[in-house]
Design a protein around this ligand. Sequence first.
Ligand code: PMV
Length: 325
Amino acid sequence: MLVSAPGKIILFGEHSVVYGRGAIASAIDLRTYTEGKLLKEKIIKIHANDLKIPGLSISFSEEEIVLGTDYGKAGFVVSYVKSAIEKIFTEYGSRKGFEISIKSEIPVGAGLGSSAAVVVPTLKLLSELLEMNLSNEEIAVMGKNVEIEVQGSSSGIDPAVSALGGGLYFKKGKIERFSAPNLPLIVGYTGEKGSTKILLEKVKALKEEYPEILENIMDAMEDIASKSKKILSENGDIKELGTLMNINNGLLEAIGVSTKELSELVFASRISGALGAKITGAGGGGCMYALAPNKQREVETAIKIAGGIPIRTKTTDEGVRVEHK
Ligand code: PMV
C-alpha cells in the first residue's frame, strides 16, 4: 500500500499565533510517500533512502520497540516514525511486524513540516494496513501527540495541515479548514534553519521589554491574517495578498526574527517581479516565500543569485491520501 502526505507552509501569522492571534497555514504540493506491508515475522523494517538513512531494522519485544542504530540527523526523523508506530500499536492493542519505505520531496529541517509529513502518512498507512480506519482528524491529533512526545511541545499546525490539506486558520487552539486556491509559490531556503525555541524566546523577551508596542504589532499581524483568509477562501485578488505579505514581513523584521540572508532573498524576489515576499515560520534563517504567478523563473534565479535554494511549489487542497492499496 502506498500513502502520501503534504508538507506545509505558514502563509501568515507566525509568532503572533503564539499570543492568541490567528495564523494561516497551507498544504504544499511537496509530499512524503510511505509504502508498506504487514510481515509475518515480528520485525519492523524501515527504509528511508531519501532521508539519508541507509536502512534500519528495529526489533521489538512485548514491552518495547528498540531502535538499533543512531543515524544522527536522519535518526532524529526515525524517532518520529518510532513514536508514530508506538501510538498506533497502543491504539490497536498489540504489535505487528511490517515493512515501510519512506521517500520524501520535502527538505528535512527547513520549516516546511517534513517531520509531520513523515508521521502523518506513517500513521495512515498503519491504520489502513491494520484496518483501523482512523479518520484524518484523528490522525492529525495523533500526529500532534507524536510531536509532543518527540519535541516536548507542538502547536499541532504541521500534522493538522499534513493530514487535512488545504488552507487552515488557527486561532487559540481552534482550527478552521478552508479550500485555498493553488497559489504558485517559490520558497527560498537559506540552507540552515534557526531554532524555533530560541526565536520564540527572543520574541518573548522583546515583548516583556516593550509590551504595548509588541501587542500592537501582534494585532496588526492578526488583521493581516484575517484579511488574507478572506482573500484566499473567496478566491480574491492575489495582488492584494502580495501587499499583505510585504506588510507582514515588515512586522516580522520589527520583532527581530529576520536575518540578513532572509532579507536578501525577500528583496531579490521582489526586485525580480514577485507580488509579495515574506519569511515563513520561525525565522532566524530557514525559509521565505514569494508569490510570483508570472515570474517564477525570474524569482528562482534571483533567489539562487542571492545565495538561497529556490523550491518551486504551490498550495494544495490534498491532505494525506492512499495512492494505491
Ligand atoms: O519554524 P516553524 O516552521 O515550525 O514555525 C514556527 C511557527 C511559530 O509561530 C513561530 C511557532 C508556533 O508554534 O506556532
